[in-house]
Design a protein around this ligand. Structure first.
Ligand code: A3P
Length: 297
C-alpha cells in the first residue's frame, strides 16, 4: 500500500513498527535500560483497542485517595499525558530517563508486543493490563484515526490487517503474546476486552481494581464510588472535557486530543466492512489462533 500510514511502517523484531513516530532506537533503549519495580503498573494494547479509556480507569482507581473526581488531573490532561508510553514518549528523547523520581506505583503504557518488553518487566512482579477489542472495530477505528494524514480507503486498512502489516501487528501475534502470559502468570497479566468493559463496566472496574491491588472497600461500594468512577471515565464524559475537546498534546504529530474519542461503540464496523470481508478475516484469525483457546466473537 502507498498511503502515508503504510509508508511509515517497518519490520522490527518480528512486528510492524510505525518507525516514523517510534524510532527503533527508543525501543532498544527501553529494552536495555528500563528497570521494572514490583509495584509498577503497565497498560498494554494495540492502538485503538481502548487504551485511552483503560488509562483513565487505571489512573482514577489508583489515585482515588489522592484526588476527588472534581480535582483529578484527568480534568486538565489527556490520559496519555498521565500514563506515558515507553516507546513513544519516555525513551524517545532520552535513551535513559530517570524514572526513579516517579512516585510509586508508577504508571506506564506500551503498544509493544509482549516479546518486545524489557526483560526486567518479565522478571519482576509488576502488573500488566492488556486490553483488546474485536479486530473489525479496531480496523475501522484505526482507519478513521489516521485519516488526518491521508484520506485512504478503509479497504486498504483492512487489507493491511489481513496481511498482519498494521502498526504493532500482526494483530494475532500481539494478542497471543499477552493472552498466553495471562494464562501463565495470571497475577501479572490481566487480559481485558473492550466489549466486556462496555457490557459491564462496574464489574470490570472492580476486577481491575482488585488485580491492581487497589480493591474497593465495602464502604466504597455502598457509597457508589465505583459507579462514579465508571461515569467519570465514560466516553461521553471524557469526550466533553475541555482538554479532550480542544486540547492538543505537545510533541506529537497528532492534530488534537479529540482524535481519541470518535464513537465509542461496539460493532460500528458493520457500517464499513462487507460481510465477505469479515468472513475472510475470521478465517485467517481462526487459523492463527487455533489451539490457543482465544476467540473473538
Ligand atoms: P472508535 O474509533 O471505535 O470510536 P485507543 O484509546 O486505544 O486509541 O482507542 C480509541 C477507541 O476507543 C476509539 O474507538 C474511541 O472512540 C474509543 N474510546 C475512547 N474513550 C473511550 C471511553 N471512555 N469509553 C469507550 N470508548 C472509548
Amino acid at each position: 500500500a502507498s498511503n502515508a500510514y503504510a509508508l511509515g511502517l517497518s519490520q522490527f523484531q518480528g512486528f510492524w513498527i510505525p518507525c516514523s513516530r517510534v524510532p527503533t532506537s527508543s525501543i532498544i533503549s527501553f529494552q536495555k535500560y528500563f528497570q521494572a519495580l514490583d509495584d509498577d503498573i503497565i497498560v498494554a494494547s494495540k492502538p485503538k483497542a481502548g487504551t485511552t479509556w483503560l488509562k483513565a480507569l487505571v489512573f482514577t482507581i489508583v489515585n482515588r485517595h489522592s484526588y476527588t473526581l472534581s480535582n483529578t488531573p484527568l480534568n486538565s490532561a489527556n490520559p496519555h499525558q498521565l500514563i506515558p508510553f515507553f516507546e513513544i514518549k519516555l525513551y524517545r528523547k532520552n535513551p535513559n530517563p530517570d524514572l526513579s523520581i516517579i512516585p510509586s506505583p508508577r504508571l506506564f503504557s506500551t503498544h509493544l508486543p509482549y516479546s518486545m518488553l524489557a526483560d526486567s518487566i518479565k522478571h519482576s512482579n509488576c502488573r500488566i493490563i492488556y486490553i483488546t477489542r474485536n479486530p473489525f472495530d479496531i480496523v475501522v477505528s484505526l482507519w478513521h484515526f489516521f485519516r488526518f494524514m491521508d484520506d485512504w480507503p478503509v479497504e486498504d486498512c483492512f487489507e493491511m490487517f489481513c496481511r498482519g502489516e498494521e502498526g504493532y501487528g500482526p494483530f494475532w501475534d500481539h494478542v497471543l503474546g499477552y493472552w498466553n502470559m495471562s494464562l501463565e502468570k495470571p497475577s501479572s497479566v490481566l487480559f481485558l476486552r473492550y466489549e466486556e468493559l462496555k457490557e459491564d463496566p462496574v464489574a470490570q472496574t472492580k476486577r481491575l481494581a482488585e488485580f491492581l491491588g487497589f480493591p474497593f472497600s465495602v464502604e466504597e461500594e455502598k457509597t457508589g464510588v465505583v459507579n462514579q468512577i465508571v461515569d467519570f471515565c465514560s466516553f461521553n464524559n471524557l469526550k466533553d472535557l475541555e482538554v479532550n475537546k480542544t486540547g492538543k498534546m505537545a510533541e506529537t504529530i497528532l492534530p488534537n486530543n479529540k482524535l481519541f474519542f470518535r464513537s465509542g461503540k461496539v460493532g460500528d464496523y458493520v457500517n464499513y466492512l462487507t460481510p465477505a470481508a469479515v468472513e475472510r478475516f475470521n478465517n485467517i484469525l481462526e487459523e492463527k489462533l487455533s489451539g490457543s483457546g482465544l476467540t473473538f466473537k
